[in-house]
Design a protein around this ligand. Structure first.
Ligand code: SF4
Length: 478
Protein backbone atom coordinates (compact mmCIF):
# COMPACT_ATOMS: atom_id res chain seq x y z
CA UNK A 1 0.00 0.00 0.00
CA UNK A 2 1.43 3.37 -0.90
CA UNK A 3 -0.10 6.78 -0.64
CA UNK A 4 0.40 9.31 -3.44
CA UNK A 5 1.43 12.86 -2.55
CA UNK A 6 -1.52 15.06 -1.58
CA UNK A 7 -3.41 17.47 -3.81
CA UNK A 8 -3.89 21.09 -2.80
CA UNK A 9 -6.85 22.11 -4.90
CA UNK A 10 -7.18 25.59 -3.43
CA UNK A 11 -3.67 26.73 -4.34
CA UNK A 12 -2.85 28.75 -7.41
CA UNK A 13 -0.84 26.87 -10.04
CA UNK A 14 2.02 29.35 -9.73
CA UNK A 15 2.12 29.24 -5.94
CA UNK A 16 5.84 28.88 -5.11
CA UNK A 17 5.11 26.65 -2.14
CA UNK A 18 3.03 24.28 -4.28
CA UNK A 19 5.63 24.13 -7.02
CA UNK A 20 8.45 23.58 -4.52
CA UNK A 21 6.50 20.69 -3.01
CA UNK A 22 5.83 19.21 -6.47
CA UNK A 23 9.54 19.39 -7.23
CA UNK A 24 10.25 17.63 -3.92
CA UNK A 25 7.61 14.96 -4.56
CA UNK A 26 5.61 16.18 -1.57
CA UNK A 27 2.55 17.37 -3.50
CA UNK A 28 0.95 16.60 -6.84
CA UNK A 29 -0.69 18.86 -9.36
CA UNK A 30 -4.41 18.75 -9.99
CA UNK A 31 -5.51 18.66 -13.65
CA UNK A 32 -6.70 22.27 -13.34
CA UNK A 33 -3.35 23.40 -11.92
CA UNK A 34 -1.47 21.52 -14.64
CA UNK A 35 -3.48 23.20 -17.39
CA UNK A 36 -3.01 26.57 -15.74
CA UNK A 37 0.72 25.95 -15.33
CA UNK A 38 1.08 25.13 -19.02
CA UNK A 39 -0.59 28.38 -20.02
CA UNK A 40 0.74 30.78 -17.40
CA UNK A 41 4.25 29.57 -16.59
CA UNK A 42 6.84 30.86 -19.03
CA UNK A 43 8.54 28.02 -20.91
CA UNK A 44 11.95 28.47 -19.33
CA UNK A 45 10.59 28.43 -15.79
CA UNK A 46 8.53 25.35 -16.57
CA UNK A 47 11.66 23.66 -17.90
CA UNK A 48 13.63 24.60 -14.80
CA UNK A 49 10.97 23.12 -12.52
CA UNK A 50 10.95 19.89 -14.52
CA UNK A 51 14.74 19.81 -14.46
CA UNK A 52 14.80 20.21 -10.68
CA UNK A 53 12.27 17.39 -10.32
CA UNK A 54 14.32 15.19 -12.64
CA UNK A 55 17.55 15.88 -10.71
CA UNK A 56 15.76 15.10 -7.44
CA UNK A 57 14.78 11.69 -8.84
CA UNK A 58 17.75 10.77 -11.01
CA UNK A 59 20.66 12.73 -9.57
CA UNK A 60 22.97 15.26 -11.16
CA UNK A 61 25.29 12.95 -13.06
CA UNK A 62 23.96 10.10 -15.19
CA UNK A 63 21.54 10.23 -18.09
CA UNK A 64 20.77 7.08 -19.98
CA UNK A 65 20.14 5.51 -23.37
CA UNK A 66 19.47 1.99 -24.62
CA UNK A 67 20.67 0.14 -27.69
CA UNK A 68 17.77 -1.55 -29.33
CA UNK A 69 16.30 -2.21 -32.71
CA UNK A 70 12.80 -1.15 -33.61
CA UNK A 71 11.49 -3.97 -35.77
CA UNK A 72 8.21 -3.41 -37.53
CA UNK A 73 7.30 -6.93 -38.58
CA UNK A 74 4.45 -5.97 -40.89
CA UNK A 75 2.94 -2.78 -42.27
CA UNK A 76 -0.36 -4.44 -43.17
CA UNK A 77 -3.02 -3.12 -40.84
CA UNK A 78 -6.79 -3.19 -40.48
CA UNK A 79 -6.91 0.23 -38.82
CA UNK A 80 -6.99 3.53 -40.68
CA UNK A 81 -5.37 6.04 -38.40
CA UNK A 82 -5.29 9.33 -40.28
CA UNK A 83 -1.96 10.31 -38.71
CA UNK A 84 -0.24 7.19 -40.03
CA UNK A 85 1.96 7.03 -43.12
CA UNK A 86 3.15 3.51 -42.37
CA UNK A 87 0.06 1.37 -42.76
CA UNK A 88 -0.76 -0.56 -45.94
CA UNK A 89 -3.91 -2.52 -46.71
CA UNK A 90 -2.05 -5.50 -48.18
CA UNK A 91 -2.44 -5.10 -51.95
CA UNK A 92 0.16 -2.36 -52.42
CA UNK A 93 3.60 -3.11 -53.88
CA UNK A 94 5.31 -2.05 -50.68
CA UNK A 95 3.04 -3.96 -48.30
CA UNK A 96 5.19 -6.43 -46.38
CA UNK A 97 5.33 -9.02 -43.65
CA UNK A 98 8.79 -10.15 -42.62
CA UNK A 99 9.31 -13.88 -42.34
CA UNK A 100 10.94 -15.39 -39.29
CA UNK A 101 14.35 -15.72 -40.96
CA UNK A 102 14.41 -12.03 -41.82
CA UNK A 103 13.38 -11.10 -38.31
CA UNK A 104 16.05 -13.33 -36.76
CA UNK A 105 18.66 -11.73 -39.01
CA UNK A 106 17.71 -8.31 -37.67
CA UNK A 107 18.16 -9.52 -34.10
CA UNK A 108 21.51 -11.02 -35.07
CA UNK A 109 22.67 -7.65 -36.44
CA UNK A 110 21.57 -5.94 -33.25
CA UNK A 111 23.50 -8.35 -31.04
CA UNK A 112 26.60 -7.82 -33.18
CA UNK A 113 26.68 -4.11 -32.23
CA UNK A 114 26.07 -4.74 -28.53
CA UNK A 115 22.31 -4.26 -28.53
CA UNK A 116 20.25 -5.69 -25.71
CA UNK A 117 16.65 -5.26 -26.73
CA UNK A 118 14.25 -5.37 -29.63
CA UNK A 119 11.18 -3.20 -29.79
CA UNK A 120 8.85 -5.14 -32.05
CA UNK A 121 5.57 -3.68 -33.19
CA UNK A 122 3.57 -3.93 -36.36
CA UNK A 123 0.36 -3.20 -38.08
CA UNK A 124 -2.64 -5.26 -37.10
CA UNK A 125 -2.42 -7.97 -39.71
CA UNK A 126 -5.35 -10.43 -39.79
CA UNK A 127 -3.36 -13.01 -41.77
CA UNK A 128 -0.98 -13.81 -38.92
CA UNK A 129 -1.98 -16.52 -36.45
CA UNK A 130 -1.22 -16.76 -32.75
CA UNK A 131 1.09 -19.66 -33.58
CA UNK A 132 3.04 -17.37 -35.93
CA UNK A 133 3.79 -15.06 -32.99
CA UNK A 134 4.49 -17.92 -30.58
CA UNK A 135 6.90 -19.56 -33.00
CA UNK A 136 8.63 -16.24 -33.68
CA UNK A 137 9.19 -15.50 -30.00
CA UNK A 138 10.38 -19.05 -29.41
CA UNK A 139 12.91 -18.77 -32.22
CA UNK A 140 14.23 -15.44 -30.96
CA UNK A 141 14.63 -16.69 -27.42
CA UNK A 142 16.22 -19.94 -28.46
CA UNK A 143 18.90 -18.22 -30.56
CA UNK A 144 19.26 -15.04 -28.48
CA UNK A 145 18.24 -15.82 -24.89
CA UNK A 146 19.82 -12.61 -23.61
CA UNK A 147 17.85 -10.27 -25.84
CA UNK A 148 14.94 -8.52 -24.15
CA UNK A 149 11.79 -8.68 -26.26
CA UNK A 150 9.74 -5.51 -25.76
CA UNK A 151 6.82 -6.06 -28.10
CA UNK A 152 3.17 -5.70 -29.05
CA UNK A 153 1.35 -2.54 -28.02
CA UNK A 154 -2.21 -2.52 -26.62
CA UNK A 155 -3.94 -1.96 -30.00
CA UNK A 156 -2.20 -5.09 -31.30
CA UNK A 157 -3.45 -7.07 -28.31
CA UNK A 158 -7.00 -5.84 -28.86
CA UNK A 159 -6.82 -7.04 -32.46
CA UNK A 160 -5.21 -10.33 -31.36
CA UNK A 161 -8.38 -10.89 -29.34
CA UNK A 162 -10.52 -10.18 -32.38
CA UNK A 163 -8.41 -12.28 -34.76
CA UNK A 164 -7.76 -15.29 -32.48
CA UNK A 165 -11.02 -15.40 -30.49
CA UNK A 166 -9.30 -16.72 -27.36
CA UNK A 167 -11.22 -18.20 -24.41
CA UNK A 168 -12.53 -15.81 -21.75
CA UNK A 169 -15.66 -13.96 -20.69
CA UNK A 170 -14.28 -10.44 -20.55
CA UNK A 171 -11.89 -8.49 -22.69
CA UNK A 172 -9.27 -8.67 -19.99
CA UNK A 173 -9.57 -12.43 -19.64
CA UNK A 174 -9.13 -12.84 -23.38
CA UNK A 175 -6.15 -10.50 -23.36
CA UNK A 176 -4.65 -12.43 -20.45
CA UNK A 177 -4.95 -15.68 -22.40
CA UNK A 178 -3.06 -14.29 -25.40
CA UNK A 179 -0.56 -12.50 -23.19
CA UNK A 180 0.18 -15.68 -21.26
CA UNK A 181 0.86 -17.58 -24.48
CA UNK A 182 3.21 -14.85 -25.66
CA UNK A 183 4.93 -14.51 -22.30
CA UNK A 184 5.53 -18.25 -22.15
CA UNK A 185 7.04 -18.04 -25.64
CA UNK A 186 9.43 -15.22 -24.73
CA UNK A 187 7.69 -11.84 -24.45
CA UNK A 188 9.41 -9.73 -21.76
CA UNK A 189 7.56 -6.41 -21.65
CA UNK A 190 5.06 -4.27 -23.56
CA UNK A 191 5.62 -0.92 -25.27
CA UNK A 192 3.05 1.83 -24.84
CA UNK A 193 2.39 2.42 -28.51
CA UNK A 194 -1.03 3.49 -29.68
CA UNK A 195 -1.69 5.77 -26.72
CA UNK A 196 -2.08 8.84 -28.99
CA UNK A 197 -4.62 11.01 -27.13
CA UNK A 198 -7.12 9.23 -24.88
CA UNK A 199 -9.98 11.76 -25.03
CA UNK A 200 -12.74 10.08 -27.10
CA UNK A 201 -13.53 13.12 -29.26
CA UNK A 202 -9.94 13.23 -30.51
CA UNK A 203 -9.28 9.52 -30.56
CA UNK A 204 -12.35 8.66 -32.61
CA UNK A 205 -11.40 11.32 -35.14
CA UNK A 206 -7.77 10.37 -35.69
CA UNK A 207 -7.60 6.65 -34.91
CA UNK A 208 -10.18 4.88 -37.04
CA UNK A 209 -10.28 1.20 -36.25
CA UNK A 210 -7.98 1.55 -33.28
CA UNK A 211 -8.99 0.60 -29.74
CA UNK A 212 -10.48 3.15 -27.37
CA UNK A 213 -8.71 4.43 -24.28
CA UNK A 214 -10.41 2.09 -21.86
CA UNK A 215 -9.34 -0.94 -23.92
CA UNK A 216 -5.79 0.43 -24.13
CA UNK A 217 -5.64 0.90 -20.37
CA UNK A 218 -7.24 -2.51 -19.76
CA UNK A 219 -4.51 -4.25 -21.79
CA UNK A 220 -1.89 -2.45 -19.74
CA UNK A 221 -3.69 -3.36 -16.52
CA UNK A 222 -3.66 -7.01 -17.59
CA UNK A 223 0.06 -6.72 -18.36
CA UNK A 224 0.77 -5.20 -14.96
CA UNK A 225 -1.23 -7.95 -13.24
CA UNK A 226 0.95 -10.50 -15.03
CA UNK A 227 4.08 -8.76 -13.80
CA UNK A 228 5.07 -7.05 -17.05
CA UNK A 229 6.50 -3.58 -16.92
CA UNK A 230 5.28 -1.31 -19.68
CA UNK A 231 5.66 2.21 -20.98
CA UNK A 232 3.01 4.80 -21.75
CA UNK A 233 3.02 7.23 -24.66
CA UNK A 234 1.23 10.29 -25.97
CA UNK A 235 1.24 11.71 -29.49
CA UNK A 236 0.16 15.33 -29.49
CA UNK A 237 0.26 18.45 -31.64
CA UNK A 238 -2.64 17.80 -34.03
CA UNK A 239 -6.34 18.42 -33.36
CA UNK A 240 -6.32 18.07 -29.58
CA UNK A 241 -6.54 20.79 -26.96
CA UNK A 242 -4.02 21.27 -24.19
CA UNK A 243 -6.61 19.99 -21.70
CA UNK A 244 -6.65 16.72 -23.66
CA UNK A 245 -2.94 16.30 -22.97
CA UNK A 246 -3.52 16.84 -19.25
CA UNK A 247 -6.47 14.43 -19.27
CA UNK A 248 -4.25 11.84 -20.99
CA UNK A 249 -1.59 12.21 -18.29
CA UNK A 250 -4.27 12.06 -15.59
CA UNK A 251 -5.48 8.66 -16.81
CA UNK A 252 -1.93 7.32 -16.90
CA UNK A 253 -1.26 8.64 -13.38
CA UNK A 254 -4.52 7.27 -12.02
CA UNK A 255 -4.06 3.77 -13.45
CA UNK A 256 -0.44 3.81 -12.29
CA UNK A 257 -1.58 4.68 -8.75
CA UNK A 258 -3.83 1.63 -8.83
CA UNK A 259 -1.09 -0.62 -10.22
CA UNK A 260 1.33 0.45 -7.49
CA UNK A 261 -1.28 0.27 -4.75
CA UNK A 262 -2.83 -3.07 -5.69
CA UNK A 263 -0.11 -5.01 -7.49
CA UNK A 264 3.31 -3.97 -6.21
CA UNK A 265 3.22 -6.27 -3.19
CA UNK A 266 2.38 -9.30 -5.31
CA UNK A 267 4.93 -9.02 -8.07
CA UNK A 268 2.91 -6.83 -10.39
CA UNK A 269 4.30 -4.54 -13.02
CA UNK A 270 3.73 -0.86 -13.72
CA UNK A 271 4.45 1.91 -16.17
CA UNK A 272 8.17 2.54 -15.93
CA UNK A 273 8.41 5.22 -18.60
CA UNK A 274 6.38 7.91 -20.31
CA UNK A 275 7.39 9.15 -23.75
CA UNK A 276 5.55 11.84 -25.65
CA UNK A 277 6.18 13.18 -29.12
CA UNK A 278 4.58 15.52 -31.62
CA UNK A 279 2.61 14.29 -34.59
CA UNK A 280 4.70 13.95 -37.78
CA UNK A 281 2.68 15.23 -40.72
CA UNK A 282 4.38 14.09 -43.95
CA UNK A 283 2.47 11.61 -46.10
CA UNK A 284 -0.52 11.49 -43.77
CA UNK A 285 -4.18 12.32 -44.22
CA UNK A 286 -4.13 14.35 -41.00
CA UNK A 287 -1.18 16.28 -42.35
CA UNK A 288 -3.31 17.55 -45.21
CA UNK A 289 -5.54 19.54 -42.86
CA UNK A 290 -4.81 23.25 -42.92
CA UNK A 291 -2.64 24.50 -40.14
CA UNK A 292 -4.67 26.55 -37.70
CA UNK A 293 -4.00 30.26 -37.70
CA UNK A 294 -1.81 30.32 -40.80
CA UNK A 295 -4.33 31.11 -43.54
CA UNK A 296 -6.06 34.10 -41.97
CA UNK A 297 -9.17 32.05 -41.31
CA UNK A 298 -8.60 31.87 -37.61
CA UNK A 299 -7.76 35.00 -35.70
CA UNK A 300 -5.94 35.13 -32.43
CA UNK A 301 -9.26 35.99 -30.80
CA UNK A 302 -10.67 32.59 -31.72
CA UNK A 303 -9.74 29.63 -29.61
CA UNK A 304 -8.18 26.68 -31.36
CA UNK A 305 -11.14 24.30 -31.90
CA UNK A 306 -9.31 21.55 -30.03
CA UNK A 307 -9.11 23.78 -26.96
CA UNK A 308 -12.79 24.69 -27.29
CA UNK A 309 -13.74 21.00 -27.28
CA UNK A 310 -11.24 19.61 -24.77
CA UNK A 311 -12.35 18.93 -21.19
CA UNK A 312 -10.12 17.89 -18.35
CA UNK A 313 -12.41 14.94 -17.62
CA UNK A 314 -12.38 13.73 -21.22
CA UNK A 315 -16.05 14.48 -21.88
CA UNK A 316 -15.53 17.00 -24.69
CA UNK A 317 -17.76 16.49 -27.73
CA UNK A 318 -16.87 17.22 -31.30
CA UNK A 319 -20.17 19.07 -31.69
CA UNK A 320 -18.95 21.66 -29.18
CA UNK A 321 -17.10 23.49 -31.98
CA UNK A 322 -17.92 23.31 -35.68
CA UNK A 323 -14.27 23.65 -36.60
CA UNK A 324 -13.11 20.70 -34.50
CA UNK A 325 -10.95 18.30 -36.46
CA UNK A 326 -10.80 20.59 -39.50
CA UNK A 327 -7.44 22.17 -38.73
CA UNK A 328 -4.34 21.09 -36.90
CA UNK A 329 -2.07 22.87 -34.47
CA UNK A 330 1.40 21.46 -34.86
CA UNK A 331 3.73 21.37 -31.87
CA UNK A 332 7.09 23.00 -32.44
CA UNK A 333 10.12 22.76 -30.22
CA UNK A 334 8.75 25.01 -27.50
CA UNK A 335 5.40 23.22 -27.28
CA UNK A 336 7.23 19.89 -27.26
CA UNK A 337 9.55 20.89 -24.41
CA UNK A 338 6.75 22.45 -22.39
CA UNK A 339 4.60 19.34 -22.76
CA UNK A 340 7.46 17.07 -21.80
CA UNK A 341 8.28 19.27 -18.80
CA UNK A 342 4.64 19.15 -17.69
CA UNK A 343 4.67 15.37 -17.95
CA UNK A 344 7.66 15.20 -15.62
CA UNK A 345 5.91 17.35 -13.04
CA UNK A 346 2.49 15.70 -13.40
CA UNK A 347 3.51 12.05 -13.56
CA UNK A 348 5.10 11.86 -10.12
CA UNK A 349 4.57 8.10 -10.03
CA UNK A 350 6.48 7.27 -13.23
CA UNK A 351 10.21 6.70 -13.01
CA UNK A 352 11.46 7.63 -16.45
CA UNK A 353 10.56 10.42 -18.83
CA UNK A 354 12.03 9.84 -22.27
CA UNK A 355 13.16 12.52 -24.65
CA UNK A 356 12.11 12.04 -28.27
CA UNK A 357 15.09 12.87 -30.46
CA UNK A 358 13.69 10.61 -33.19
CA UNK A 359 10.90 13.09 -33.92
CA UNK A 360 12.43 16.33 -32.63
CA UNK A 361 15.97 15.91 -33.89
CA UNK A 362 19.17 15.37 -31.92
CA UNK A 363 19.50 18.81 -30.42
CA UNK A 364 15.96 19.32 -29.20
CA UNK A 365 16.20 15.76 -27.93
CA UNK A 366 19.33 16.85 -26.08
CA UNK A 367 17.51 19.91 -24.68
CA UNK A 368 14.87 17.50 -23.44
CA UNK A 369 17.44 16.34 -20.86
CA UNK A 370 17.23 19.84 -19.34
CA UNK A 371 13.44 19.85 -19.50
CA UNK A 372 12.67 16.90 -17.31
CA UNK A 373 13.83 13.88 -19.31
CA UNK A 374 16.32 11.45 -17.81
CA UNK A 375 16.59 9.20 -20.81
CA UNK A 376 17.52 9.72 -24.46
CA UNK A 377 15.79 6.56 -25.61
CA UNK A 378 17.37 4.34 -28.15
CA UNK A 379 20.41 4.26 -30.34
CA UNK A 380 18.19 3.17 -33.15
CA UNK A 381 19.32 1.02 -36.03
CA UNK A 382 15.95 0.99 -37.65
CA UNK A 383 12.58 2.65 -37.39
CA UNK A 384 9.79 2.58 -39.94
CA UNK A 385 6.75 4.32 -38.53
CA UNK A 386 7.67 7.94 -37.81
CA UNK A 387 10.23 7.82 -40.61
CA UNK A 388 7.33 7.15 -43.01
CA UNK A 389 5.84 10.42 -41.78
CA UNK A 390 8.94 12.46 -42.42
CA UNK A 391 11.09 12.08 -39.32
CA UNK A 392 14.37 10.50 -40.36
CA UNK A 393 16.90 11.28 -37.66
CA UNK A 394 19.36 8.52 -36.85
CA UNK A 395 22.10 8.53 -34.22
CA UNK A 396 24.84 6.06 -33.44
CA UNK A 397 26.10 5.34 -29.94
CA UNK A 398 28.95 7.86 -30.08
CA UNK A 399 26.60 10.64 -31.12
CA UNK A 400 24.03 9.91 -28.46
CA UNK A 401 26.78 9.79 -25.82
CA UNK A 402 28.15 13.11 -27.02
CA UNK A 403 24.72 14.75 -26.88
CA UNK A 404 24.29 13.56 -23.30
CA UNK A 405 27.79 14.67 -22.29
CA UNK A 406 27.46 18.07 -23.95
CA UNK A 407 24.25 18.60 -21.97
CA UNK A 408 26.33 18.28 -18.81
CA UNK A 409 25.82 14.63 -17.90
CA UNK A 410 27.70 11.34 -18.03
CA UNK A 411 26.14 8.97 -20.56
CA UNK A 412 25.21 5.49 -19.38
CA UNK A 413 23.84 2.54 -21.33
CA UNK A 414 20.83 0.93 -19.67
CA UNK A 415 18.67 -2.11 -20.26
CA UNK A 416 14.89 -2.26 -20.53
CA UNK A 417 14.53 -2.41 -16.73
CA UNK A 418 16.58 0.83 -16.47
CA UNK A 419 19.44 -1.05 -14.82
CA UNK A 420 22.78 0.44 -15.83
CA UNK A 421 24.99 -1.68 -18.09
CA UNK A 422 27.93 0.67 -18.74
CA UNK A 423 28.78 4.10 -17.38
CA UNK A 424 30.85 6.06 -19.89
CA UNK A 425 33.09 8.02 -17.54
CA UNK A 426 36.43 6.86 -18.93
CA UNK A 427 38.59 7.77 -21.94
CA UNK A 428 37.36 4.73 -23.85
CA UNK A 429 33.79 6.02 -23.91
CA UNK A 430 32.16 5.76 -27.36
CA UNK A 431 32.14 9.53 -27.88
CA UNK A 432 35.60 10.17 -26.45
CA UNK A 433 37.40 7.86 -28.88
CA UNK A 434 35.96 9.56 -31.96
CA UNK A 435 38.66 11.45 -33.86
CA UNK A 436 36.64 12.63 -36.85
CA UNK A 437 33.07 13.70 -36.13
CA UNK A 438 32.47 14.34 -39.82
CA UNK A 439 32.17 10.56 -40.13
CA UNK A 440 29.51 10.49 -37.41
CA UNK A 441 26.78 12.72 -38.75
CA UNK A 442 23.12 11.92 -38.21
CA UNK A 443 21.98 9.67 -40.99
CA UNK A 444 18.72 8.57 -42.52
CA UNK A 445 17.04 5.73 -40.70
CA UNK A 446 17.00 2.30 -42.26
CA UNK A 447 13.41 1.74 -43.25
CA UNK A 448 11.44 -1.19 -44.65
CA UNK A 449 9.48 -0.31 -47.78
CA UNK A 450 10.20 3.38 -47.38
CA UNK A 451 8.15 4.48 -50.35
CA UNK A 452 7.18 8.10 -50.60
CA UNK A 453 3.55 7.52 -51.40
CA UNK A 454 1.09 8.80 -48.84
CA UNK A 455 -0.87 6.44 -46.67
CA UNK A 456 -4.15 5.32 -48.10
CA UNK A 457 -6.53 8.26 -48.14
CA UNK A 458 -10.22 7.95 -47.54
CA UNK A 459 -10.11 7.49 -43.82
CA UNK A 460 -10.41 11.14 -42.82
CA UNK A 461 -13.46 12.84 -41.47
CA UNK A 462 -14.95 10.15 -39.30
CA UNK A 463 -18.60 10.71 -38.46
CA UNK A 464 -18.73 11.21 -34.77
CA UNK A 465 -21.46 11.65 -32.26
CA UNK A 466 -21.30 12.60 -28.65
CA UNK A 467 -18.33 11.38 -26.70
CA UNK A 468 -18.90 9.21 -23.68
CA UNK A 469 -16.81 9.67 -20.55
CA UNK A 470 -14.29 6.90 -20.06
CA UNK A 471 -15.13 4.28 -17.47
CA UNK A 472 -12.25 4.67 -15.05
CA UNK A 473 -13.18 1.72 -12.94
CA UNK A 474 -10.13 -0.52 -12.68
CA UNK A 475 -11.36 -4.06 -12.79
CA UNK A 476 -8.76 -6.22 -11.10
CA UNK A 477 -11.05 -9.21 -10.62
CA UNK A 478 -12.19 -9.77 -14.21
S1 SF4 B 1 -0.88 3.84 -36.49
FE1 SF4 B 1 -2.92 2.96 -36.89
S2 SF4 B 1 -3.01 2.55 -39.12
FE2 SF4 B 1 -0.84 2.90 -38.57
S3 SF4 B 1 -0.02 0.84 -38.25
FE3 SF4 B 1 -0.66 1.62 -36.23
S4 SF4 B 1 -2.79 0.92 -35.92
FE4 SF4 B 1 -2.26 0.68 -38.13
Amino acid sequence: MSTPPPLHQHLDALDPGLLGAVVDGAARLTPEQALDLYHRCDPQSLGRLADRRCRALHGEDLRTYVIDRNINYTNICTAKCIFCAFKRSGHEDDAYTLDHDALLQKVRELVEIGGTQILMQGGMNPDLSLEWYVDLLGSIKSEFPGVHVHAFSPPEFIEFVRFFDPPGETLKQKVLYVMTRLRDAGLDSLPGGGGEIFAPAVRKRIGLGKCDAESWLTVMRAAHEMGFNTSATMMFGHIEGIADRVHHMELVRRWQDAAIDELADRGGGRYVAFISWPFQADNTVLGRLPEWGLDGGDGDADPFPGDAVARLDGTGKSIDHKGFGRSRRMAGSSAYLRTQALSRLYLDNIYSIGSSWVTMGPHIGQMGLLWGANDMGSVMMEENVVSSAGSTHCLNEAMICRLIRDAGFTPAQRDNAYDLLRIHDGPDSPDLVVEDWSLNRPDRLISEGSGDEPAEPGCGGSPEGASAPIDLTIKSSD
